[in-house]
Structures are given as structure tokens and as C-alpha cells.
Write a protein that binds this ligand. Structure first.
Ligand SMILES: [Zn+2]
Length: 152
């Protein structure tokens, strides 16, 4: 990890099917906590059968976001994040997620040295406005805090 220079924390909840992420929720939080954005993203209706298999059902149980739920198209979220974050360093936990956001042209730094997100639960109230399972917004705050504990 690079010693404390990360400017943003980014996380997502997704269906991971056929070796590909179908983002359902993406959140990003600025290091100083001044900016936090959270998007719920609809997945393509024509592929809804993908999510009906066992793997899809298992993943749905974890984040509790239905395949077609959401008010954003992934393309628009990508554009907005690229405009907001540009090349500022972002922290992402998880090798596959790192690759996903690298493909967006973001300046990704792996947070894999931080404790597992499953063990972090200091910000249960930093949940997004809908009550669902694992929340990307909360995880961004958990990562920010764990990162600052490591470097400050
Ligand atoms: Zn959420």
C-alpha cells in the first residue's frame, strides 16, 4: 500500500456471474469524509435469467439488491466517477474489484493488507437510504477508518 496518500475509497456490491461483475451499488467516499456518493445501478433486463441461477441467488442473499433494482445506468456512473475522481488515487479492497476499476482508467491502489471487510463493522449507520444487506457505502467508511488507523 502507498503510505497514506489515498484520496478516495471506492467499493461496490455486484452480481459476479460468468466471470464478470454486474454492479448493483457503487459508493465512493473522499478521504476527509467531505464527499460521499452512492449509486444503485440497474442490470440489463435482457440478462435477468443470469441472476436466477444458484450463484445469482446466493449473491442476492448477501447484498439483497434485485437484478433490475436501481435508478442509474452503469455507463452514467462510470462517467460521473471518472469526472469526479479523475487520476486521484483510490483505495479498493479485493483483487477483482481492483481490476474492475482499473479498467475504468482509475488510479487504483489495493487495500488488501487491511483486515477483511467481514470483520469491520464500526459504521453500521453509514448505510445507504435503502435497508438492504451488505452496503457499499458502509464498506467505504469501514475502509477509510481502517486505512487511517493503519497510517495515522
Ligand atoms: Zn447500500
Amino acid at each position: 500500500m502507498n503510505g497514506g496518500r489515498i484520496e478516495w475509497f471506492v467499493d461496490m456490491e455486484a452480481y459476479q456471474l460468468n466471470g464478470k461483475f454486474w454492479a448493483k451499488e457503487i459508493a465512493f467516499v473522499k478521504r476527509d469524509g467531505s464527499i460521499c456518493h452512492n449509486f444503485h445501478i440497474w442490470a440489463p433486463r435482457r440478462l435477468k435469467n443470469l441472476a436466477k441461477g444458484l450463484t445469482g441467488q446466493y449473491q442476492y442473499k448477501r447484498h439483497n439488491l434485485r437484478w433490475q433494482f436501481g435508478e442509474w445506468a452503469i455507463h452514467d456512473v462510470k462517467t460521473l466517477i471518472r469526472l469526479t475522481i479523475a487520476r486521484q488515487p483510490i483505495g479498493v479492497k479485493g483483487e477483482e474489484k481492483c481490476r474492475y476499476f482499473e479498467q475504468w482508467g482509475l488510479n487504483v491502489h489495493s487495500l488488501d493488507e487491511l483486515p477483511s471487510l467481514k470483520t469491520l463493522n464500526d459504521y453500521p449507520n453509514e448505510h445507504c437510504e435503502i435497508r438492504h444487506g451488505t452496503c457499499a457505502r458502509q464498506k467505504c467508511y469501514e475502509l477509510l477508518n481502517a486505512y487511517d488507523c493503519e497510517f495515522l
